[in-house]
Every structure is written in C-alpha cells, then in structure tokens.
Ligand binder design. Structure first.
Ligand SMILES: [Zn+2]
Length: 246
C-alpha cells in the first residue's frame, strides 16, 4: 500500500463523516482547518515525520462509532506505520462481511488483544506463536478494540465472531504516556501503545520502536497545538523518531 493513499482509518473516518447527520465539531486552526493527513492543525502537521518501516504483522482495528472522528484517536497512527492495517466500524447488531473474510483468511492468525481477567482462562495467551511453532506459517493479526474502556468491553463481550480466537493479554511495564484524554486511568494504554507492544511481541522490533517514537511526536504536536505553542523539531522526542528513520 502506498503511504500517499488514504489508509484504513482515514477511509473509515471519511465514511463515518458521510453518514453524519450533524457536523462533527473538532476545533482546528484559525478557520477550523486541519490537515487531512494527520488531523492536526497545519502549523503542527506531522505528515513529513511519518516513519517508513516494513512490518510482517497485520492490525485490525474495530472502532467504536465516533472513534474515527476524534482527532486524538491513535489507531490512526498504527495505520500510518503498519502497511497491513484494517479498520472497521463496530456495531452490536451487524458485522461487516469484509471483516469476517479477513478473520477467516488462512494467511493470518488472529489475536484479540484484551486483558486476561475478562476472558475465559483457556483462551488467554501472553505471547505470539513463533513461525517454528505453527504450520502452515501464519502472520499474526492483532485485533484492537478501539474506543473508550466501556465501549471496548462491550465489543469484547458482544462480538461472537471473535470468540474462537486467542486473547492476547499484555503486561504493560510502563504507565501510559498518553496525556490526551485525562478521563482515562493512568494505567490504561492508548491504542497506539498497545499496537507497539504487539509489534514488539511479534519481533517487529524496528516498527515497534518507530510507532512508539511517532506516537510521542504526535502527542507533543497535539498538546502544543492545543496550547498554541510552537514545536521544537530538535527536541528529545523528535530526535528519537529521527533515529528510527535512519
Ligand atoms: Zn499532516
């Protein structure tokens, strides 16, 4: 997939906007404008900083209704970095046939990424199967439930088509660095951080580091834009991302 084409989350956002009865109001620049590539105000655009890495894994984002519309959504960043990223709008009463086809595609081994305490013990895993362990070789497909914590729990409980897949439970060593949504608990990782942990577990180390660094740059730009302060392209977070791009 070319990075110049709109990615899965971008397309889902456009589809969701088209369905909107009333306009979704997100504050933008002086005239309310935002960059269509990264959703930030043009002075704080990060499009030129998007990492270009190869990844073996796939990411499947199931997104709560308005999640693709939020400029703070970080599933977007996963789709920026992972070429095989898919995004679907979640609804309790219906399921996209394209999603079902993806989940049944034999090239993938799907994992539902969710905390162990909500799943039946027999489904819980803490690691990703290595190629040597499984025949035929399958690429990991990480299913991320992208929404508020309540929405994610509902998606987990009420998606029968996910119930036969292993539940990958992560052990976050560090508290979330995500400072954009204060309502969430400190320990709750945001979607991009979860994605980076999955990449690391699947030995896509370079992509994991690039996504983490890119996420930090996004957070920095997002917060500085909110405070109407300029960004320093030579500060620590930018240098860390640059090091990933060499
Ligand atoms: Zn941009």
């Amino acid at each position: 997939m070319s990075v110049d084409l709109p990615h899965a989350v971008s397309r889902l956002r456009a589809a969701r906007l088209a369905r909107s009865v009333k306009p979704f109001l997100a504050r933008g620049g002086p005239k309310g404008e935002r960059c269509s590539g990264c959703r930030l105000v043009p002075t704080h655009c990060i499009c030129a900083l998007r990492p270009n890495v190869t990844t073996r894994v796939g990411m499947c984002l199931l997104m709560a209704d308005i999640e693709p519309l939020k400029p703070s959504n970080t599933g977007w960043l996963i789709a920026d970095v992972v070429a095989d990223a898919f995004a679907f709008s979640w609804a309790r009463t219906e399921v996209d046939l394209v999603l079902l086809a993806l989940l049944n595609d034999p090239q993938w081994q799907p994992y539902v990424v969710f905390p162990a305490e909500f799943a039946d013990d027999t489904r819980v895993v803490h690691d990703v199967a290595r190629d040597a362990d499984i025949r035929p070789v399958k690429r990991p497909l990480f299913i991320l439930l992208d929404g508020t914590w309540d929405e994610a729990r509902k998606m987990f409980r009420k998606s029968p088509y996910l119930q036969n897949f292993p539940v990958l439970s992560l052990h976050p060593e560090q508290l979330s660095r995500y400072k954009l949504r204060r309502a969430q608990s400190e320990a709750h990782l945001c979607t991009a951080e979860v994605g980076a942990m999955c990449l690391a577990l699947a030995d896509d180390t370079q992509a994991a580091e690039a996504l983490n660094a890119y996420f930090e740059v996004f957070t920095e730009h997002y917060l500085k834009a909110k405070q109407q302060l300029p960004v320093d392209l030579a500060d620590e977070v930018h240098l860390r991302l640059q090091a990933q791009m060499l």
